[in-house]
Design a protein. Structure first.
Length: 386
């Protein structure tokens, strides 16, 4: 039996070297996902399996053209979808009853030359915006939105948890909003909608505004422990921002999440989210509640078997957990309107440190992870032997 635990990149390398078992292991690993995608297009599992078989042949022939061996699964599924769509077009022409007559309805709404040009320009703009996303976010967006995989299928393709998939998509939507907002306001149609900032209220309580982490600002210092870090929360679809000073460790973890950097083992916030999920609970949202003196306060809202509970937390911990769990982040609107909270200490002069912090984490991972010897503990996670 071939070792199917091997990574896709390694299997691709061995398949290119002539190992037929390696290629069979690759196709077997992603077969169910490819067939499921083809079935959505063709409507029958038998045709879907045939389409996947043809795609497997095409993948074998073109394997040397695969630029990212670790992405074999998404590539193979994409080939399968293209085969299925081609068959669907042919079947609608030759045997409409197999696919149905929906093509006739669509034909009456085919766009004209001007509309096609506009749609092509729109598609190019969207592709360019997606290309600017962090690698992990971009992979999740392409698989989920463009290839139509479910959260579970994306998680299997990227070898991450479902919660991590949701977190990446949540982060990607936040990153894409500024780039694509002008398209929404300029899109053609009989009705124009002006999108207002997302606001919610609780009875007799504050007006909550949904925010996202848009940047980590860091001071310049050769010693990482001496740097100052600011987590910048920006109102969704609004201009207001809220800076919160955080520690170096919390800032680095935020940057790792924002840049979708994969670490070799689950970090604290990932473990916490996994423990909640294992206990039948989930993080429904986090709230930045108030500012007392120089200190911000936050709560994590947890939905569980016993109902909803509020857990006090530092804002940096709450936001880190929200990013991992894919939960919304809310801030009291009064904080966003408070000049003392939003413009103190000239934080705007600090340079962006998100990419640099994530790069440092990657370098740390490369430098120190190989040097540590590991053994597998009772729960299956590697433990470091000093």
């Amino acid at each position: 039996m071939y070792d199917c635990a091997a990574g896709d990149a390694r299997l691709v390398e061995e398949a290119l070297g002539g190992d037929k078992d390696a290629f069979a292991a690759l196709v077997t690993r992603h077969w169910a996902t490819a067939v499921a995608l083809a079935a959505r297009v063709l409507g029958t599992p038998d045709l879907a399996r045939d389409a996947a078989q043809e795609a497997a042949v095409a993948a074998l022939v073109g394997l040397d053209r695969l630029r990212a061996p670790a992405r074999f699964g998404a590539w193979f599924c994409g080939i399968t979808l293209n085969v299925a769509r081609g068959w669907a077009r042919q079947l609608r022409t030759e045997r409409p009853a197999v696919i149905g007559d929906r093509a006739t309805d669509r034909a009456s709404h085919e766009p004209g030359p001007d509309e096609r040009a506009e749609l092509a320009e729109l598609a190019a703009t969207v592709r360019a915006a997606v290309a600017q996303l962090a690698d992990g976010q971009r992979d999740a967006v392409l698989l989920f939105y463009l290839q139509g995989l479910t959260h579970r299928e994306v998680a299997a393709e990227l070898a991450i948890s479902i919660g991590a998939v949701k977190a990446r998509l949540h982060q990607a939507r936040a990153a894409l909003t500024p780039a694509l907002a002008p398209l929404a306001s300029a899109s053609p149609g009989p009705v124009k909608h002006t999108k207002e900032p997302v606001m919610t209220t609780t009875a007799g309580g504050p007006a909550w505004a949904e925010v996202s982490v848009t940047d980590i600002r860091s001071s310049d210092d050769s010693n990482p422990l001496n740097r100052q870090h600011v987590m910048v929360l920006t109102e969704r679809d609004g201009p207001r921002r809220l800076p919160i000073w955080v520690g170096p460790v919390e800032a680095t973890v935020l940057a790792v999440s924002l840049q979708s950097v994969e670490m070799p083992r689950p970090m604290t916030y990932q473990m916490t989210a996994a423990l909640l999920e294992a206990s039948g609970s989930r993080v429904s949202e986090v709230r930045i509640t108030r500012l007392a003196g120089e200190i911000f306060y936050a709560v994590v809202i947890v939905d569980g078997p016993a109902g909803q509970r509020e857990v006090d937390a530092r804002p940096s911990d709450a936001v880190n957990l929200a990013l991992v769990a894919g939960a919304p982040i809310l801030a009291d609107g009064a904080l966003l309107d408070d000049p003392g909270a939003s413009r103190r200490d000239e934080w705007q002069d600090l340079p962006s440190g998100t990419a640099a912090l994530a790069a440092e984490a990657v370098e740390w991972k490369k430098r120190f992870a190989p040097a540590a010897s590991h053994h597998v503990g009772p729960g299956g996670q590697g433990e470091v032997q000093q």
